[in-house]
Structure formats: C-alpha cells, structure tokens
Design a protein around this ligand. Structure first.
Ligand code: SAM
Length: 329
C-alpha cells in the first residue's frame, strides 16, 4: 500500500499524459505557452501503462485519473485507457479535460472503458472564454460536454475556476446551465500554481464567496458530509436535491488530512501533492532497468514522505517550480 507517515493511504492516482495544452487559461500559463517537455523526456504509452499497472496491481490504487496539460492531445490516449481499464482489480478510470476534441473522442473513449469525465468550463460566454483562455474554442468545449454525456461518460462533471471581475458574476448562471443538462458543477478556488506566479489571495474568489453568490439564487444544503471521505469537493444539495453542486476550497478549506491522492507527472516523477517541492524519479529508474518490485518500493518510499499539508498558509510557503500544467491538475 502507499501509506504515508500520518497513516493516509493513497489510492487515487492522477497521471499527467502531457504537459502541453491547447488553451492558455490565465490562471495556469502565459499566453505564449511554456517550454514543453521534450518528447524523449515524456513517458511512453508502454511506460505509463507499466506504472499504472504497478500502482493498481501492487500498490492498492483503485482510481486512475488521466490529466495534463491536455490529455486529449496525447495520441495514444484511447489505447492507454483501453489497456488500463482491463487491469485486475479493475480501477475506476476517469479523465480531466478541457473538452476540445471530446466531440470526436468521447465514443472511442467510452468504448475503451473510460468511466467518466471532468470537463473544465469557466464561462458561458464565448467572448469571456477567448479572453480567459486566449483561444476561440468555447463551442468546441460545449460540444465536447454534450458528446461525453451522449457517450454515457457520466456523471459528467464540470470544473469552474471563478476570477474576480472576470467570470464571478457567472456562478449562478453556470449552475443553472449545468443543472438543465444534468452535469455536476464543481467550483475550484484558484490556487497559486500558475507559471507566471500571478496568483494573489486578494484576487481569489473564496469558497465562502462562491457559496454566497450561489445562495442568492439557490437554496443550498450540505450533502453527505459524513460520506465526504477523501473527496476534495464539499457538496451541497441544490433546492432540496437530488442535483448537487460542489465547492473545492483547496486554499481556504484545505482537506489535506483526508488526502488519498498521488500524482505521476508526464516525465515520470511521483509527486505527493500539487504543492510538493520534492519528486521521486521513477522514469530514470525504469529506463535503467528497475524491476516492477523495485519501482513499487521506490514509489512506497516516496509516498511515505508525504507532508501533513500543502502549507499555503505557512509563512515559509513556496510555490512549486512546476506549474499546474506540468504537474497534472
Ligand atoms: N487540460 C485539462 C483541463 O482543462 O481540465 C486538465 C488539466 S487542468 C490543469 C485541470 C484543472 O485544473 C482544470 O479544471 C483547471 O481549471 C484547473 N486549474 C488549472 N490551474 C489552476 C489554478 N491555478 N487554480 C485552480 N485550478 C486550476
């Protein structure tokens, strides 16, 4: 098992398939993009499948989420999904994506065994989308969401980051829009993970503010608090339910004590936390000939060193040098 020194067990593996993205969301990366990892440094599809297999079959991983960068840009995505949904014990496999290309890929991904998707959508307005993501692709995201739903990749979850003065007036309209389509909306507090280091606490729309914005239009009641377990989102029944909305207060309501996540970057580094400053290099060991047993052992040692919390509120907090797109959000 992947147990840390505080007794937490990591069962939820986030795998970044690429650091590249076809959007330039302002809270993530600069308009000109970043220096992408060279292909030789990226894990190959076979290497990804091997590490996921070790995670599932030897280390107790029960959920695998493919992310990035933008995972739909990875050409072997359908193949990677197909090869990892058949592992035993069978893991839950999901995808976090900006939805561009999902209109084409939702069916093949569902056929490959993908269980569900989280699609990022910060606005209902195509002009705001273009300002925010520096690309004119709003319609593609909307089409991608519809295709995911039609392909049965449910529950279709929508991730939204609100930014002050940009899209914070859209909290209630976004929820209304998602409710009408049966999508489950989750708001994520903006975290200090942008490559430009432009995050500021004052600009961040907090979980309290989000709940205030929603409560002006909806009746929200806390849902399944007992059952929240390691889920990052606090969930609320909307107008008595059964529809729900989630709020992920990563900064102001951290949930590190129940964290069950571990991350694998596109270049094969194990990270215990989005905000970790240390990584453990599985790729170099693998390419030097390490056995599955040795890789599992390295992975266990890496997780045993997981820190108690992300420490954003600690005066000594340092933003990690890798931005979100390179870690895998
Ligand atoms: N490209 C995919 C996507 O758009 O969903 C997957 C990667 S993206 C890094 C994963 C999620 O992280 C998205 O929902 C995105 O909005 C969120 N995200 C990126 N930067 C963030 C930040 N600084 N704070 C909070 N969420 C962020």
């Amino acid at each position: 098992m992947l147990r840390d020194s505080f007794g937490r067990v990591a069962t939820d593996l986030r795998v970044s398939l690429t650091d590249k993205c076809n959007l330039r969301c302002t809270y993530c990366m600069p308009p000109e993009g970043l220096d992408w990892l060279p292909n030789a440094k990226l894990l190959t599809a076979d290497e990804i499948v091997r590490l996921v297999t070790i995670g599932v079959e030897r280390l107790g991983v029960t959920e695998v989420r493919y992310t990035g960068g933008e995972p739909l840009l990875r050409r072997e995505l359908v193949d990677i999904v197909a090869r990892t949904t058949t592992l035993s014990p069978k893991p839950q496999i999901s995808l976090t994506t900006n939805g561009i290309g999902l209109a084409r890929l939702a069916e093949p991904l569902a056929a490959a065994g993908l269980h569900r998707v989280n699609v990022s959508l910060d606005t209902l307005d195509a002009g705001t989308f273009k300002r925010l993501a520096h690309r004119d692709r709003h319609a593609d995201v909307i089409d991608g969401l519809a295709a995911a739903d039609a392909a049965g990749l449910r529950p279709v979850k929508v991730n939204t980051v609100l930014m002050r003065g940009i899209n914070d007036h859209e909290a209630a309209p976004l929820l209304r829009w998602c409710l009408a389509r049966g999508y489950e909306l989750r708001f994520i507090e903006q975290m200090p993970l942008d490559a430009q280091h432009g995050w500021s606490r004052d600009d961040m729309v907090t979980a309290d503010e989000i709940l205030g914005l929603l409560s002006a239009s909806f009746d929200l009641t806390p849902d399944d608090l007992e059952e929240r377990g390691s889920a990052p989102a606090e969930r609320f029944l909307v107008d008595g339910g059964p529809a729900r909305v989630g709020v992920i207060g990563s900064v102001t309501r951290p949930f590190c004590g129940a964290c069950d996540r571990v991350r694998l970057t596109a270049d094969g580094q194990v990270r215990n936390c989005l905000f970790a400053t240390e990584e453990s290099d599985l790729k170099t060991a693998m390419r030097a000939g390490a056995s599955d047993e040795e890789l599992a052992e390295r992975w266990m040692v890496a997780v045993s060193r997981k820190r108690a919390g992300h420490g954003i509120d600690d005066p000594s907090f340092l933003q990690p040098s890798r931005p979100m797109s390179a870690i895998g959000g």
